[in-house]
Design a protein around this ligand. Structure first.
Ligand SMILES: [Zn+2]
Length: 315
């Protein structure tokens, strides 16, 4: 009899212990869950599908995002192809002030700093010349007065009008492109290329004195802000044309379709002035190397957008 009761007691204690362990595990599980990002973002007001998008971010970014109030645009921005997390606040701000602009366009505008005025001192940076053929020079990124590219070589008369030069790599790529165009009955000729800081200073100042500073800004880059100072930019025309009517020539069409195969990109495409700071320039090509040129051509983006997402974002 005593033995049986003891058995029963052992049984109760055991059952109790099992229940306790189950309860404890689920409590721990619950506590752990309340510490999870999923729980925290659901608590903030995001829906399950939105949380799934958010959870693709890195932990550091998730912690940062937890400090933001719920905003339905956040996940829409994260889903954009060229989304850069550190620009999120600027995307949201721009969106609030420009409600009719597409989110995709906002990402591009902010990535290239075009949410600032051109030459805005708050946005201006030194060009990272260590990037070599990928260095960016535009109305926000500038070269110092003493920056002189290495390996500047003259372009011979076959390829250029008088006094043109560029980096050795740029000239050698141009020669290959020239030969291919020639074999198809087309003539390419370099009309402008490497320009020193002083050259650009002279151009901009002559415009400013003749007309006004606004006028000079509209038609010339400020000294230090011209891509021609990199030695990687070529203005290309054909014998029958000037820059003004180059767009109507077969050479312009051929360059637009083929230059990337030789490492060149059309630097200022049509309808992208809001990103590049320049009107369409069918003659201005920039050497970036074949691999990058192919990618830029295929993705159909400006050099500014490419640089922001694939070059600077990876630093
Ligand atoms: Zn040019």
């Amino acid at each position: 009899m005593k033995r049986r009761r003891l058995k029963k007691e052992v049984y109760y204690v055991f059952a109790g212990l099992v229940i306790f362990i189950i309860a404890l595990t689920s409590l721990i599980k619950h506590i752990n869950y309340t510490h999870s990002y999923e729980y925290k973002f659901l608590k903030l007001g995001y829906e399950k599908a939105q949380v799934e998008v958010i959870l693709n971010l890195k932990d550091k970014q998730l912690d940062e995002l937890l400090k933001h109030k719920y905003d339905k645009n956040i996940t829409s921005f994260i889903k954009q192809k060229y989304f850069i997390f550190s620009n999120l606040d600027r995307y949201l701000k721009y969106q609030k002030e420009n409600k009719s602009t597409k989110l995709k366009d906002i990402v591009s505008i902010v990535n290239v700093h075009a949410d600032h005025e051109w030459y805005d001192e708050d946005a201006i940076k030194d060009t990272d010349t260590k990037k070599g053929t990928m260095m960016l020079v535009n109305k926000f990124y500038h070269l110092k007065e003493d920056y002189v590219p290495e390996n500047i070589v003259d372009a011979s008369k076959t390829y250029a009008y008088d006094e043109n030069s560029a980096t050795e790599e740029t000239i050698s790529a141009f020669k290959k492109m020239y030969a291919k165009a020639k074999s198809e009955g087309l003539n390419l000729i370099i009309t402008s290329s490497y320009r020193t800081y002083k050259d650009q200073d002279r151009i901009w100042n002559s415009y400013a004195i003749r007309e006004s500073e606004e006028w000079a800004d509209a038609y010339a880059a400020r000294p230090g802000y011209s891509e021609h100072q990199t030695g990687l930019a070529l203005d290309i025309v054909t014998y029958k044309s000037t820059m003004d009517n180059f767009d109507e020539t077969p050479e312009a069409k051929w360059l637009a379709d083929n230059a990337y195969k030789y490492g060149f990109i059309l630097r200022y495409p049509k309808d992208k002035e809001n990103l590049t700071g320049y009107d369409y320039e069918p003659w201005h090509y920039r050497y970036v190397g074949v691999e990058n040129a192919k990618k830029i051509y295929k993705e159909g983006i400006t050099f500014e957008e490419y640089y922001a997402y694939y070059v600077e974002n990876k630093d």
